[in-house]
Unconditional design. Structure first.
Length: 495
């Protein structure tokens, strides 16, 4: 991974930049000392570290606006940061830029049950939203494995999913509105409590934009009522191919589970040793299938899923008998990442999405790649929507293993695109997949996407070095054709 060369002049101005930011965010809102900057050197993609010029921790929208406006006026780069749980390097700082941390924006501002929504600040954790409303029978559906720590602002930036995104959608499907601050300092509101908004879908553009377009300062999310019944099934199979085939069979039968997750043997063994969830240890692949709704519907669908699993040779079929057991089934899956961390010094978490019908082929190919690279791999993924999370096992202390893990991961992502999938399902592009964007998009595609960034951030100061392999200057992208001395559409802004 190569980051842009730092601006030496900006680094030399560090003390001046820190003093200016302290005037905008007084008290303890600015961190500039070397020891204080250490926790901000990386995010969840911990193989890479860089020390920013400074970290700013605003408490009000006015402070965010003032910081961004000052940075634009003075050519200072800004990396927005939530909880730092990003797994693609999205919050990786720049040595010649500041980090704008949104951790102090941590309040639930309003719960509006008649409109089935909640208004929260971006530093509120994902799980805290459900905790605020569950006593009244409501919850927030997207549930990333890191939901206890990841924040809703970061979820918007990465369009995060979770184990229940198959039926209830990603962040974009559960977002009603947000307030963002542009690099100019302008505060903009997109959407609101209504189910739809007039005009262009700018809310959809901002969701998943990875901090390249603006800084989220408020989010309005959709709340759902807790289903009457929820049952989780453990389905063990003698091979990953059989389990992958069962995934397609279930969806093809018209059954849409609330969640459908898959783990292979290495992941099963690691999760069971860590959580003791009661997973079967005599299978090569495990499906966790959750069905929710009225009691009669859950009973009928559970029986149907069991029949489909038997037809694929399932050796274990268990259905949760209580809410506690259902949560235990899920606890193992949600703890799979830290569980794998106990069996390997390091692991590299990938994120790609493929058509469901390609699951058996791709899983077999990943196993073969592992043999060729001489590295282990544990597979944990959202099987229902084809979102893969292979965990490549390596030891960073062994020369060449990190580079081998990166090459292995790149080959997995190239395979995802080759079979009709995409480079990311929910972790974003960040720096991890930036140089692979050409596998999926042409130069024309990338230029069109960069024009959108130019419309929001004409000086390219927000989170530069992320997403695009090569970021063109807006002037290069915005050349206009002049015919007979006249510019077409003179009333429109030029980038």
């Amino acid at each position: 991974m190569k980051m842009p060369l730092p601006d030496a002049a900006l680094i030399a101005r560090k003390a001046e930049i820190v003093r200016a930011l302290q005037r905008l965010v007084p008290g303890e809102g600015v961190i500039g000392d070397p020891a204080g900057l250490v926790p901000f050197q990386s995010d969840g993609l911990s193989a890479y570290r860089q020390t920013p010029l400074a970290v700013v921790l605003p408490e009000t929208v006015e402070q965010v606006s003032a910081v961004l406006a000052w940075c634009q006026a003075n050519g200072v780069k800004v990396v927005p940061r939530g909880a730092g749980t990003s797994l693609s390097g999205g919050a990786l700082p720049l040595t010649d830029g500041i980090v704008l941390g949104m951790a102090k924006f941590n309040r639930v501002l309003e719960i509006d049950y008649p409109n089935r929504c909640a208004v929260v600040q971006p530093g509120v954790t994902n799980l805290a939203i459900t905790a605020a409303v569950e006593a009244d029978g409501f919850y927030y559906a997207p549930d990333p494995s890191s939901q206890i720590a990841c924040t809703i602002g970061g979820n918007v930036a990465e369009n995060s999913g979770g184990v229940h995104c198959l039926k209830y959608g990603l962040t974009t499907n559960n977002l009603l509105g947000c307030e963002i601050v542009l690099m100019s300092g302008e505060v903009v509101r997109l959407g609101g409590k209504g189910l739809d908004a007039a005009g262009y879908d700018l809310l959809g553009v901002v969701t998943g934009s990875e901090g390249l377009l603006g800084v989220v300062t408020e989010v309005t999310v959709r709340l759902l009522t807790k289903p009457q019944t929820a049952r989780a099934m453990l389905l063990g199979f003698p091979s990953v191919e059989a389990a992958g085939g069962a995934v397609g069979d279930i969806i093809a039968a018209g059954v849409i589970p609330a969640g459908m997750e898959m783990m292979d043997r290495p992941a099963i063994e690691a999760a069971e040793a860590f959580v003791h969830a009661g997973y079967p240890m005599d299978c090569e692949a495990l499906l966790i299938v959750e069905l929710d709704g009225p009691e009669a519907e859950c009973a009928e669908l559970s029986a149907h899923v069991a029949d489909l699993a038997r037809a694929r040779g399932a050796t274990t079929i268990r259905t949760s008998a209580s809410e506690a057991e259902r949560l235990t089934f899920w606890a193992g899956r949600k703890a799979a990442f830290p569980a794998v961390g106990r069996i390997s010094p390091d692991y590299y978490c990938m994120d790609g999405t493929i058509p469901r019908r390609q699951l058996p082929y791709v899983l077999s190919a990943i196993t073969q790649m592992g043999l060729e690279y001489g590295l282990g791999v544990a597979n944990v993924f959202h099987a229902g929507d084809g979102n893969l999370h292979p965990l490549i096992l390596y030891d960073a202390d062994q020369p060449g293993q990190l580079e081998a893990a990166e090459a292995f991961g790149a080959d997995i992502l190239k395979l995802c695109v080759k079979v009709g999938g995409v480079l990311t399902g929910e972790h974003g592009v960040g720096v991890e997949k930036r140089d692979l964007m050409g596998e999926m998009f042409s130069e024309t595609d990338l230029a069109a996407q960069q024009r959108v960034k130019c419309a929001f951030d004409p000086d390219l100061l927000l989170n530069p070095g992320k997403v695009f392999p090569r970021l063109h200057r807006c002037a290069e992208l915005g050349r206009v054709h002049v015919h007979r001395g006249a510019v077409a559409f003179p009333d429109l802004p030029r980038f």
